[in-house]
Design a protein. Structure first.
Length: 331
């Protein structure tokens, strides 16, 4: 491996109620950092409004090891906001994003770093080759989501992709240039382009605690991805509308013919009522699709901050002020 002594690597680690997992992760990262003496590390933990002792633990780690820095939100803004905040604050020539629960093996970092040094890539990303240990329903829904979004979107998202990746500074700057309020990082990483090499690893269970991602949260997160990187649902609503207009025209002809021939326009009202209910449901469904896109536009035009920073150890101007707004969406 080329020895690029003096390179600085920032590792962005979102945390939400992870007081049990943080010590395990830190010990693992200490072993990795020891194996990479040529690299200056910055572990940037982002406390996403935790209600347990996560922040207190991060403060203690910062006092004992200055490589450990932290940002703390005023409330829970979500993992996407935490990733964006970490990338915004990261100062490294190389920036990694990874989970604290050890489902993203820290031991892959040396190999990822070697690839960026020796090969012509701007990013090294990871994906799970298996979903062993994951509930079957969750695995089925995840795989279905990737298949669906790749069919309707021009931005291809690799099946099993994790948020665990190592990027060069120019790619990080490109990602930060997309300061949209409704964020879906897996899509953003792919949309900005740059050459990416994928590393596969077998699924690893959490080292401690419980997952914060319920099926409900994953469903709404998938909607963010679909509406953020495809307008196909809007086209679907238009096509459905055209189809039902054509069907309605033919149904009117059938009713007219039946009335002229049999003179019984009242017969069959139950089936007609069912059709009315069905068509009304389709209309509401299509309106719901349009509403999703309108709601995204509404939130973007409000220009609310992606997150609000309560306190930080990084010492950047403005970050020490209580309740300071760290970043806003672009005007």
């Amino acid at each position: 491996m080329k020895n690029y002594a003096g390179s600085r690597m920032s590792v962005v680690v979102p945390c939400f109620n992870e007081e049990e997992a943080i010590p395990v992760y830190y010990r693992a990262m200490c072993r990795v950092m020891k194996d990479m003496p040529e690299v200056e590390f910055e572990l940037l933990f982002v406390d996403d409004g935790s209600s347990d002792s996560t922040l207190e633990l991060l403060k203690k780690m910062n006092e004992e090891d200055k490589r450990c820095q932290y940002l703390s939100f005023s409330r829970n803004f979500g993992k996407e906001a935490a990733l964006y905040a970490g990338l915004k604050s990261a100062s490294g020539d190389y920036v990694a994003t990874m989970d604290v629960d050890m489902q993203d093996p820290p031991g892959l970092l040396p190999e990822m770093y070697r690839i960026l040094l020796e090969e012509d890539y701007d990013s090294v990303a990871t994906r799970r080759s298996t979903r062993t240990g994951e509930p079957r329903l969750r695995s089925f829904l995840s795989e279905s989501f990737y298949k669906f979004i790749n069919k309707i979107s021009k931005t291809e998202i690799v099946n099993g992709a994790r948020d665990y990746r190592l990027m060069k500074r120019r790619m990080v700057d490109a990602v930060l240039g997309m300061s949209e309020y409704n964020r879906f990082s897996k899509g953003i990483f792919e949309w900005v382009g740059f050459r990416t090499k994928w590393l596969e690893f077998q699924n690893v269970g959490r080292c401690a605690g419980e997952t914060k991602w319920s099926v409900k949260k994953l469903f709404f997160y998938s909607l963010e991805g679909i509406t953020g990187f495809s307008v196909a649902p809007l086209s679907l609503a238009a096509v459905v509308g055209v189809i039902f207009c054509i069907l309605s025209f033919f149904m009117i002809l059938v009713i007219i013919v039946r009335t002229v021939v049999w003179g019984d326009p009242v017969s069959g009202w139950p089936s007609l009522a069912c059709i009315i209910f069905m068509v009304s449901g389709i209309q509401l469904f299509c309106m719901g699709i349009v509403g999703q896109y309108l709601s995204k536009t509404y939130l973007e035009t409000k220009h609310r901050p992606i997150f609000i920073l309560k306190e930080s150890s990084t010492g950047k101007e403005g970050e020490k002020r209580k309740g300071a707004v760290y970043e806003k969406t672009s005007a």
